[in-house]
Write a protein that binds this ligand. Structure first.
Ligand code: VGL
Ligand code: ZN
Length: 229
């Protein structure tokens, strides 16, 4: 059971680079985002509905924004002879996937999708802004110990339940949900408000299994909205 005033909706990385094309920029249709997640923009309608319901019920809404400097360590282009999809180990991070350049600070790809309603959002957490360290989770960077500052903000508000949606199911949503649970919050994924990358093959299914094994809940946005009333 959720107590609305103690509940946070956390919208993960609903940014142009993770969405397929649709946006009109100076009258022209753009290309897909650099790391477009299949049907990624379908998370927006349920997230907007959830955000409105959360705020109406006295809850909070926060959003994360992947925010990389140029030549970020997670970009294949930053490593000689590497291509997107290669997986490498660093001292602090094992199994870092190398991506296309994406979500570069201040660029169009890093901006929130313009259909995402930001009015209900009271905190935006930027992550992955250190050149040498990536960050999937909203709570800790990929060394699993450098904090983003989100957890103390949430605790300071007396929040005990976190509902997550956004992109991508198998990366930033996955690591954020696991950390939320590990930090002791009641954690629920809005099942119709997430979409996955699906690389390496089977990663979405694996992420969902691991979240379920960690006792993270799953509910549809309609079910969650009903519970908030
Ligand atoms: C993400 C890959 C690289 C995500 C961010 O938001 O899931 N995935 N950076
Ligand atoms: Zn990234």
């Amino acid at each position: 059971m959720m107590h609305a005033a103690k509940t946070l909706l956390l919208a993960i990385d609903v940014q142009n680079d993770f969405c397929p094309a649709y946006t009109l920029v100076s009258g022209e249709k753009t290309a897909d985002g650099a790391l477009a997640v299949q049907n990624g923009d379908e998370v927006i309608a349920p997230l907007n509905a959830l955000a409105a319901a959360f705020v109406a019920a006295g809850g909070r809404v926060a959003a994360t924004q992947d925010w990389h400097p140029a030549e970020h360590v997670s970009f294949a282009s930053s490593h000689n002879g590497k291509k997107p999809g290669d997986i490498i180990d660093f001292a602090a991070v094992k199994g870092q996937v190398l991506w296309m350049d994406h979500c570069v600070q201040g660029k169009w790809g890093a901006a929130f999708h313009d259909k995402l309603d930001l009015k209900p959002v009271s905190l935006i957490v930027r992550k992955g802004f250190r050149k040498e360290l990536d960050s999937y989770s909203a709570f800790f960077e990929n060394d699993r110990e450098t904090p983003t500052g989100l957890a103390p903000w949430i605790r300071g508000l007396g929040i005990d339940t976190i509902v997550l949606g956004g992109l991508a199911t198998d990366y930033c949503v996955f690591y954020s949900a696991l950390d939320a649970k590990r930090l002791g919050f009641n954690t629920i994924v809005a099942s119709d408000a997430v979409r996955g990358v699906g690389y390496p093959a089977g990663s979405v299914e694996k992420a969902i299994e691991e979240m379920q094994a960690a006792e993270i809940g799953f509910a549809t946005s309609a079910e969650l909205i009903k519970e908030l009333r």
